[in-house]
Structure formats: structure tokens, C-alpha cells
Design a protein around this ligand. Structure first.
Ligand SMILES: [Zn+2]
Length: 328
């Protein structure tokens, strides 16, 4: 599989200050592990470029974007809340992170690569139309989905968000649309930030039925995730038949993560990846982009990411063998 890789040292310059969980060392740990495991050599580097303001303003409120830009220029350390730390460079880096995912979209749609993994920061899935939230400034995955439907006229794009926190921003941006299916599996909102993502949140107006929330109780493990993937997520994706698969890949459902209470191991993320890759193979000519969201224990984040990338790289024929062996 021709697998693209988005990363840029400039992503490290988004300085969130001492003690902040969403820190530059997260990307350093990932890169080091991908190098150690010789995975990075198998990836095709995508050159990052900034997203245009016009594209950002299709989803985000102008007043918010101007406030974000000004706050960075003024040297402020936070925007909207203490969680959303910023520095002088943060606005430009957020534009670069979002834009680099669009560059991966272009590379796939131009048939240069089949799929891509994007190791970006700041993360995006909590960012709302008119405010930052939970370490997120611009909604990276949402901007990519909108780009696919607007620029490439795709009619069915699926976003599967398996970060342990509910992707509130992504859901809210698309809950009235029927061309972008948003599936969220996360720790139950009554026990974890941001407190949204209940089962009854199913989309609105013509988007009703195109938002799916699958909250799990704290301390859930792989058997719980597996059940949900097989009995809820796969049937929904089989019904929708996505032309493009986007993954909000948070690795904070890992058993070692300090911000949550789930029990997944690196190999479990490989299983999830493999499952979603098969959906992309079946309906979307393998077209899949995975975008990094959370994951805050450095060792665990690096191992889960490596396991995810390894699973992306596996040849589809080897996949079939794995399926036969695992009885899937
Ligand atoms: Zn998260």
C-alpha cells in the first residue's frame, strides 16, 4: 500500500507551556518510535502547506479566526480556556497542520498514494465553529471532510473518531449534513470531558441518522470495543458505503493514558485499523486518511501509533491471511 506521511518539525513550535499534556514531545516520541521500527522508511512524505483562510472560513466563524490570529500575535498564552494554550506561532502552525491534511487528500485523489497518516498538532476534533476547546484550535478532520465534498464532489465521506473523548466539534459541524457520516466511540460523556456524545445525539434535520455515538463505560477493554465495531460500526459503514474514510486517531483509550480510564493495548489499535482499512478497500478504493488527535502517555502513544501505522502498511493480501487466522 502506498502510504503517505504528514509531519513537519514546525508542528513542534506550537508551545503549550510547562506541564501541558498536549506537548511537542508527543510528536517527538512518535517519530522516534517510527524510526526505531523502520516504519518511517516505508512511508511517502507529503509536503505540508498552509490551508487558505477561505477554506477555514467555510467551517469556522470569522470572528473566532480573527480572535485566534490576534491572540497569537499579541503573545497571549490561552484562548477561550486554560486548556487551549497558544503561543505566537500557534495560528500559523494550526493552518499548516490543517493544510497538510488537505495536501494528503490531494495526493490520494491524484492517485499518487492510497492512504496517509498525519502526525499533526495542534489536534482538532474538539474545535467548534466559533471557539477552541480541549487543546484544539482548528478542526483538522472536518476541514478535510469538507474539502472532499466541496473540491472533489464526493457524496459520502465517513469519519470514524476513536479518540477516547467525544469529538464534539466534528459532530456539531456536520450534524445537519447527510453527506458526511460521523461515528464516535468514546468513554461515556457522564464520566469524561467534553460531556457530549450520548447515544440520543443522532444528527438533526436532513442529517438525522448520520451522527452515531457509541459511548462505553470507564474501564472498557478490547472485547467491548470489538463488539461495538462488529455489531454497530461495521453495519453502519456497510450501509453508508463511504467513498473516503477519515479517521480521528486518538490513542488516549490506551490503558496507560493519564487522562482517561480505558484499557486498550497497542495491538488492539492494529485490529481497529485493519477493520477500518477493509471498509476503505471495499467501498473507497483504499482511500483513507488517519489524523492524530489525542494520546498523552508518551511511551504508550508512540507504541499505539506504531502499531496503527504498521497495520496501515500491511499488504491487503497479508490482511486476508490475518483475517483467516484470526477468524474475522
Ligand atoms: Zn482525547
Amino acid at each position: 500500500m502506498r502510504t503517505g506521511f504528514v509531519y513537519d518539525d514546525r508542528f513542534l513550535e506550537h508551545d503549550t507551556g510547562p506541564g501541558h499534556p498536549e506537548r511537542p514531545d508527543r510528536l517527538r516520541a512518535i517519530i522516534e518510535k517510527l524510526q526505531q521500527n523502520h516504519l518511517i522508511d516505508q512511508l511517502i512524505r507529503i509536503e505540508p502547506e498552509k490551508i487558505s483562510l477561505d477554506r477555514v472560513l467555510r467551517l469556522h466563524d470569522r470572528e473566532y479566526i480573527e480572535r485566534l490570529q490576534q491572540s497569537c500575535m499579541d503573545g497571549k498564552r490561552f484562548i477561550d480556556s486554560d486548556d487551549s494554550a497558544i503561543c505566537e506561532q500557534s495560528f500559523d502552525i494550526a493552518l499548516l497542520a490543517a493544510g497538510s491534511i488537505l495536501a494528503a487528500v490531494d495526493a490520494i485523489m491524484n492517485d499518487t498514494i492510497d492512504q496517509a497518516f498525519c502526525a499533526v498538532r495542534p489536534p482538532g476534533h474538539h474545535a467548534e465553529h466559533d471557539q477552541s476547546l480541549g487543546f484544539c484550535l482548528l478542526n483538522n478532520i472536518a476541514l478535510a471532510a469538507d474539502y472532499l465534498t466541496d473540491r472533489y464532489k464526493l457524496k459520502r465521506v465517513a469519519i470514524i473518531d476513536y479518540d477516547v473523548h467525544h469529538g464534539n466539534g466534528t459532530q456539531h459541524l456536520f450534524e445537519k449534513r447527510d453527506d458526511i457520516l460521523v461515528i464516535n466511540i468514546h468513554q461515556h460523556p457522564s464520566t469524561l470531558f467534553p460531556g457530549t456524545g450520548f447515544v440520543y445525539e443522532e444528527g438533526e434535520e436532513q442529517g438525522k441518522g448520520y451522527t452515531m455515538n457509541l459511548p462505553l463505560q470507564p474501564n472498557s477493554d478490547f472485547s467491548d470495543y470489538r463488539q461495538i465495531f462488529i455489531h454497530k460500526i461495521l453495519p453502519k459503514l456497510n450501509e453508508f458505503k463511504p467513498e473516503f474514510v477519515l479517521l480521528s486517531s486518538g490513542f488516549d483509550a490506551s490503558q496507560d493514558d493519564p487522562l482517561s480510564n480505558m484499557n486498550l493495548s497497542p495491538i488492539n489499535f492494529a485490529w481497529i485499523t485493519n477493520m477500518l482499512k477493509q471498509v476503505a478497500a471495499k467501498y473507497a478504493h483504499h482511500r483513507l486518511i488517519s489524523v492524530l488527535e489525542g494520546g498523552y502517555d508518551l511511551r504508550s502513544l508512540a507504541e499505539c501509533t506504531a502499531s496503527h501505522v504498521q497495520a496501515l502498511l500491511v499488504d491487503p493480501e497479508e490482511d486476508s491471511l490475518m483475517r483467516i487466522k484470526s477468524g474475522f
